[in-house]
Design a protein around this ligand. Structure first.
Ligand code: PEP
Ligand code: MG
Length: 362
């Protein structure tokens, strides 16, 4: 009610006076983005785009792209997704009212998008002019034993640059439209490339993004700034952050994957044995919930120390689950991050934790 809202607002106002860390949210729908804004989020730090591919006509078109043999066919299929993807981004920019939005390009392995029911396989076979057996053979060929370490993240944009081109067009066209509609907003899209492990991957994908974005901006006859950055979620990226920072406008720590790869624990399965680690007093906490400062944290600190001198304008944040955990937020403050990004309902906790971190570490 109004009293609670008033008191909540007052406490949060105090917190905001003290904190130096920015607080953003992880959101990929306008409803989540609006909720997070009400709770005080200052931007979107991570928009995962994969869920969008299951909406509207997108999944059918994307499955067509996966089953296509030629670049022309794949581009034609992606062209069908483009207007809807542009609409997805426009709605997010509108919800954020000129505040920053970081859009992460497609991350999961392709096999997560293939049809699983006989009915959907048959439908795809019919639209593709193929037999059910041919479609099943394509689906089988995409099977991976360890997909989280497989053909995903920037690796998709390296092998299928047309996906990155489509997503870049959608981001830039959406930003141009929203900027036209709201001249007083400062729309500056932030494109984030996932799962970079080597500077050459970032250079390769960035070239695709920049060429596509610049062509779009020129064709529209407007001026638009945009940023290209990367997730730091593979240990090798953290250890080579000086090289990577020269090509990146921002870093965002993906500590879910970074924890998985630093510990060598599956983020999806570790819960099955971690209880035993607490009993054996090897761990006190779930490393996926609280930042492990001697492993994952050390990699983050290393990346900040290497990255900042290489690029003094580098903006650095975190968007793994740890971004909403108070002790992890304090660690992020201490190593000098610019912002944390967490799920909408953890935004108030992050604001308080950021204030407490600033007071504790004066
Ligand atoms: C991460 O890996 O921490 C991250 C934010 O990305 P995702 O959870 O989507 O892999
Ligand atoms: Mg990740």
């Amino acid at each position: 009610d109004a009293t609670i809202a008033g008191e909540f607002g007052r406490i949060m106002g105090w917190a905001d006076k003290y904190r130096t860390l920015g607080v953003r949210t992880n959101a990929d729908t306008p409803a989540d983005a609006r909720k997070a804004r009400e709770l005080g989020a200052e931007g979107i730090g991570l928009c995962r785009t994969e869920h969008m591919f299951f909406e509207g006509n997108r999944i059918d078109a994307f499955r067509e792209m996966i089953c296509s043999e030629t670049l022309e066919e794949r581009e034609a299929a992606l062209e069908k997704i483009l207007p809807e993807q542009q609409g997805d981004f426009e709605a997010l920019y509108e919800a954020l009212e000129g505040n920053p939005v970081t859009i992460r390009f497609l991350d999961p392995p392709l096999h997560e998008f293939v049809p699983t029911t006989e009915e959907d396989i048959k439908k795809l076979a019919d639209t593709q002019g193929k037999t059910v057996e041919q479609i099943k053979a394509i689906i089988d060929s995409l099977h991976e034993f360890n997909p989280m370490m497989g053909h995903r993240g920037c690796r998709l944009a390296v092998t299928y640059p047309e996906i990155a081109r489509m997503q870049t067009r959608a981001v830039i066209r959406a930003a141009i439209n929203v900027q036209k509609a709201h001249a007083d907003w400062d729309v500056c899209p932030e494109i984030m490339i996932p799962l970079i492990g080597d500077i050459k991957e970032l250079k390769y994908v960035k070239k695709v993004v920049v060429e596509t974005a610049d062509a779009e901006i020129e064709a529209a006859g407007v001026e638009l700034k945009y940023h290209v950055g990367t997730m730091i979620e593979i240990p090798r990226a953290a250890l080579t952050a000086d090289e990577i920072a020269k090509e990146a406008d921002f870093f965002c720590f993906g500590t879910n994957d970074l924890t998985q790869m630093t510990f060598g624990f599956s983020r999806d399965d570790a819960g099955k044995f971690l209880e035993g680690y607490y009993d054996a007093k090897i761990f006190e906490n779930d490393p996926f919930a609280k930042l492990d400062q001697i492993g994952v944290g050390k990699l983050m600190e290393t990346a900040v120390k290497l990255g900042r001198p290489a690029n003094p304008d580098l903006h650095v944040g975190i968007c793994g689950e740890h971004g909403g955990d108070p002790s992890s937020v304090e660690f992020c403050h201490k190593i000098g991050l610019d912002y944390v990004s967490c799920s909408p309902f953890r935004v108030p906790i992050a604001r308080l934790a950021a204030a407490q971190a600033a007071i504790n570490n004066k």
